[in-house]
Write a protein that binds this ligand. Sequence first.
Ligand SMILES: Cc1cc2nc3c(=O)[nH]c(=O)nc-3n(C[C@H](O)[C@H](O)[C@H](O)COP(=O)(O)O)c2cc1C
Length: 237
Amino acid sequence: MNEDYEYPYPSPELASEHPFITYEHERFTENVMLDRAEGFYEEMNQRRSIRMFSSDPVPQKLIETAVKTASTAPSGAHKQPWTFVATQDPEIKREIRIAAEKEEEKNYLENRMNKEWQEALAPLGTDHHKEFIEVAPWIVVLFEQRYEICPDGTTLKNYYVKESVGTAAGLFIAALHHMGLATLTHTPTPMKFLNKILNRPENERPFVLFPIGYPLEGVEVPDLKRKDLPEIFTTVL
Ligand SMILES: Cc1cc2nc3c(=O)[nH]c(=O)nc-3n(C[C@H](O)[C@H](O)[C@H](O)COP(=O)(O)O)c2cc1C
């Protein structure tokens, strides 16, 4: 197939035991690639976490498509160890808000977050009030599946769960931004209360709570600067 490779993938033995298909790939010119790369960067660089949402409704189809995009993420041993639980039910959102604020009161007001953490958060000005949970039209909680429960009740291991779910979360956030919605990566820790409210099984652990909707008109965000390339990138040549 290619003289660079002594050991082709898949090997003939592997291909005889498991199905393989040809990977479809469109190769662009370098100029086109640069345009696409810069365009995508510009778009993603516009993304911000927001903490005041409009209550305008958002079609479920958009949420489902973002979840489908997230679920294209690579995952350890292709286990896709994630569950996205979405609700727009006002009662459930209220219950989540109350439980989240209870935990956040301990974090912010009773010093469960240490001083260094609180100082790091100071420029963001976050506190224990989480009204956006009730106002945003959708709440999507991303659960990590710590292990898999088979239909017969036996369990199977999942691999690199946090890495996999974190990757899916990134794609989810990018998909929402790309379609013109906004979200916040919210972690009102400890988040075990979400299992109870959303009736999720023991093998699942809440990873992130995403309020999703349109930004409230005129919403403000902290004037954060992102690190320049030399601070985050180096080469070993
Ligand atoms: C894992 C994770 C947890 C976060 N948890 C919270 C949170 O609980 N509350 C909150 O207001 N923001 C939270 N954030 C959002 C960050 O504060 C935000 O991403 C950061 O300030 C950069 O702002 P930007 O998203 O607008 O670029 C979290 C972000 C990440 C990645």
